[in-house]
Design a protein around this ligand. Structure first.
Ligand code: 5RP
Length: 226
């Protein structure tokens, strides 16, 4: 990642902290942009801000602990006040592709149970149509080969995600298929088609969920409400 892109991510991630108020339960998203949100939030916690977070990945949980952000979970809380998360692609209707880091299921759980979802990203994530970024689909390891064949029949090239010469295992013990569609004309329809397939746990399409995006680029940090 270039130094400039990292600065954009930092600007967007830190801006999101302005939405956090005392007493809030916060969904802590995943990725290198949210890292900056967590770091800034940790500073506010140290100054006395009283909040609790639910992390959307083991990596985020590690960062939250490092920054001393108090944590909770769904055994204590059913609804969160706000979630702040990253994205891999954002279309003009605020539909998202997520899961580049492999945390799509936990991210969707946290984001879907929040009253407000804020997406933080650098400007390269804005696209006119989803699909160039391969769509992550979390699948059961058992029979993943037949699940992949069914996804292929929808016009994609599914590739089993690997990490350092072994199969990538999600935080939930599942596999990820990175599905090369190149263009996704109807994200909502595709999400529903995939969800109906036996073996598919969840898709990285986040439809009609985002309330606000914070996008950082060369000269400004833009806040756009849906
Ligand atoms: C992880 C995700 C991340 O939110 C997404 O990959 C964004 O990452 P980054 O902020 O590092 O660009 O969906 O599963």
């Amino acid at each position: 990642m270039s130094e400039q892109v990292n600065l954009f991510k930092k600007a967007a991630g830190e801006k999101a902290v302005e939405y956090i108020k005392d007493g809030m339960i916060i969904g802590l998203g995943s990725g290198s942009t949210v890292y900056w949100t967590l770091k800034k939030l940790g500073e506010l916690v140290e100054e006395g801000l009283n909040v609790k977070g639910i992390p959307s990945s083991l990596r985020t949980e590690g960062w939250a602990k490092e920054f001393k952000i108090p944590l909770t979970d769904f055994s204590e809380v059913q609804t969160l006040d706000i979630a702040i998360d990253g994205a891999d692609e954002i279309d003009p209707d605020f539909n998202l592709t997520k899961g580049g880091g492999g945390s799509l299921v936990r991210e969707k759980m946290v984001d879907a149970h929040s009253k407000k979802l804020i997406i933080v990203a650098d400007e390269s994530k804005m696209v006119s149509q989803l699909g160039e970024f391969p769509l992550p689909v979390e699948v059961l390891p058992f029979g993943w080969e037949v699940t992949a064949k069914k996804i292929e029949a929808l016009g994609a090239k599914p590739v089993l995600r690997e990490r350092e010469d072994s199969i990538f295992i999600s935080n939930n013990g599942n596999y990820i298929l990175d599905c090369h569609f190149h263009t996704i004309a109807d994200p909502k329809k595709l999400h529903h088609e995939l969800k109906q397939m036996l073996g598919v746990v969840e898709t990285g399409l986040f439809i009609d969920m985002t309330d606000t995006i914070i996008i950082a680029g060369q000269n400004e940090v833009k806040v756009i409400d849906h």
